[in-house]
Design a protein around this ligand. Structure first.
Ligand SMILES: [Zn+2]
Length: 161
């Protein structure tokens, strides 16, 4: 992995933390690399060229996205997955994840395929989500929401990915 990709990784963590997100994929910051960063409970993870090689179970859970601020919706995701990827040093590794981490990884890997969580919603829910986003877009210049800390505190269960 080149130094440039390392720098991109650092920048993405910084962007994600300042937006109070728990995951961020390169396409969300206008990059084409197949790279995403995730951090749940102080466990920063970098995945490059990730591939889900195993998935099991299914559960509905609420998701939001730094690219579509203030829009949330329930999405069915596998509850347990195994991801094969390269780390920030370009070394291959496998990661087993469950629950929120599994959900977050699936959400970020979708971003790398140009897919957003609202694509899973019903037509009507998707339409109202997009209308809401249209009306708020001007408040989020970089398509990334930034919330004041007190607003974050009241937002359990609405982590943005
Ligand atoms: Zn997202």
């Amino acid at each position: 992995m080149t130094a440039e990709l390392r720098r991109l990784t650092d920048d993405m963590f910084e962007t994600m933390y300042s937006a109070k997100g728990i995951g961020l994929a390169a396409p969300q910051v206008g990059r084409t690399e197949r790279l995403a960063v995730v951090d749940i409970e102080n466990n920063p993870i970098v995945i490059v060229n990730p591939e889900i090689i195993l998935s099991e179970g299914s559960a509905k859970g609420e998701e939001g996205c730094l690219s579509i601020p203030e829009v949330f919706g329930d999405v069915d995701r596998a509850t347990g997955i195994t991801v094969r990827a390269l780390n920030r040093d370009g070394e291959p590794f496998e990661l087993e994840a469950t629950d929120l981490l599994a959900r977050c990884l699936q959400h970020e890997i979708d971003h790398l395929h140009g897919k957003l969580f609202i694509d899973y919603l019903s037509f009507l829910k998707r339409r109202s989500a997009l209308a809401k986003w249209e009306s708020m877009k001007k408040d989020f210049p970089q398509n990334l929401r930034k919330l004041p800390p007190d607003e974050i505190a009241g937002r359990h269960g609405e982590e943005a990915l």
